[in-house]
Ligand binder design. Structure first.
Ligand code: FAD
Length: 391
């Protein structure tokens, strides 16, 4: 009875997308999570699928292809995950940032993405509550908002009982190999499940799953704090963030206030789907996985938020939460088979882009497991690229 074509470990955006796409290819799939659906980072994050937070090249390519897939999935999946293509706005604070940003935008434009620089007046038309002293920024029509928590359920509900069995509150404890090092079974606290293929989609816990087969996965937990406002007047109309977010995410040497650097703070804001509450972030710090909020970091985020949207000084914030991003040292996820262990696949390390990249990650894993030609170049996401550098 406990016999499956594929076992997916983890029911976040990545695991649920893999499970959905594998069932779509006709496979019998079991998905395990030691919590509920969306137990981990996928319910402790923001809600944007963007081009303009990716580096030109394979990073942006995966984000763009996923947005195209999101647009189709929002028609196809029965469960509404709240997709809205409302664009996104970046803010530059200094002329130095404007210069770096215009180089970045020109690189994205060369790859064909709809992105452009924006002057102060256009920004004020998009966002009337914005601070008036900013030199400019950039805009993209491509970017979307969605509800990541609902997305996990949308993938799961579409195929549950039709090829997918879901085992929540079930912890994977070991992975068994046969004498030729092929995948043979998965042991859980609910018993043994036979399978020839395993997808490790365990996010920040993926190194722990890797160790079960002696595979070193260099994922680290990079924490971020978010604040949620009370219901209020519509403060912003799409995702807005400071260009300093990119400087922080990719570790550029551009000068920043030491307090921001210490806590890895860069301003982001987005409206809830109904537009009445705003989510304000964020921070980046390496931690041993923990999702306690940090009061001092929240203070710095609040101060930064008021700098860009002075109106926020008079808005109450009712809640804060934190999540851990599964960080990969070269800023690209791993979506890949593991050559040494036939039947083992890894889908992890999406850092701050797991929501954005979930659709194509699931599609590519399903193509790999079924031996089909991947629908885009997967070499940049291979596990083998990490071997000599980080493993
Ligand atoms: C503050 C913040 C803001 C963010 N904003 C955005 C954004 O706007 N856009 C975007 O694209 N991304 C964003 N991200 C990143 C995004 O949330 C993550 O990249 C994504 O959620 C990772 O998904 P995952 O499925 O890999 O991991 P997770 O959602 O963590 O799922 C892994 C699952 O594996 C399970 N698991 C682990 N070990 C086991 C085991 N042994 N047995 C069974 N189950 C196990 C866990 O319970 C967990 O549910 C943000 C992240 C943070 C922290």
């Amino acid at each position: 009875m406990n016999n499956y074509d594929v076992v997916v470990i983890g029911a976040g955006v990545i695991g649920t997308s893999c499970a959905y796409h594998l069932v779509e290819k006709g496979l019998k799939v079991a998905m395990f999570d030691f919590g509920d659906i969306a137990n981990g980072t996928s319910s402790h994050c923001d809600a944007a699928a963007m081009i303009t937070d990716k580096m030109p090249g394979p990073d942006a390519a995966l984000g763009y292809a996923s947005i195209q897939k999101f647009l189709k999935l929002s028609e196809k999946l029965d469960y509404d995950f709240g997709l809205i293509q409302r664009g996104s706005l970046y803010l530059c604070e200094t002329d130095e940032e404007m210069e770096i940003a215009s180089g970045y935008i020109s690189d994205l434009q060369k790859e064909g993405y709809r992105v452009r620089m924006m002057n102060q007046q256009e920004m004020a038309e998009k966002e009337p509550f914005l601070a008036k002293d900013l030199p400019g920024g950039f805009w993209s029509d491509e970017c979307c908002g969605l509800n990541p928590y609902k997305l996990c359920f949308a993938f799961t509900e579409q195929v549950k009982g039709k090829g997918l069995d879901v085992y929540t509150h079930t912890r994977v404890e070991a992975i068994g190999l046969d004498e030729k090092k092929n995948i043979s079974y998965v042991d859980t606290n609910q018993g043994r499940f036979r399978t020839k293929s395993v997808v490790n989609a365990a996010g920040c816990w993926s190194p722990e799953i890797g160790r079960m087969t002696g595979v070193k996965i260099p994922v680290a937990s990079r924490k971020g704090n978010i604040m949620i406002s009370e219901a209020t007047t519509q403060i912003c109309h799409q995702k807005v963030q400071e260009f300093g977010y990119m400087i922080l995410k990719f570790g550029s040497k551009a000068e920043r206030d030491p307090e921001l650097v210490k806590h890895g703070v860069a301003f982001t804001i987005e409206p809830s789907n109904e537009g009445h509450n705003v989510l304000v972030g964020s921070s980046r710090n390496f931690v041993d996985y923990n999702v306690d909020t940090d009061l001092e970091v929240i203070r710095v985020i609040a101060k930064r938020a008021i700098r860009f949207f002075p109106i926020l000084k008079s808005v109450n914030f009712v809640r804060a939460y934190a999540g851990c991003r599964p960080f990969m040292p070269d800023h690209l996820p791993v979506i890949s088979p593991v050559e040494e262990i036939p039947g083992l696949y890894i889908a992890t390390g999406h850092e701050g882009d797991g929501i954005s990249m979930a659709p194509m990650t699931g599609e590519l894993i399903a193509e790999m497991v079924t031996g089909q030609k991947p629908s885009m170049d997967v070499a940049p996401y291979s596990f083998s690229r990490l071997k000599d550098r980080f493993c």
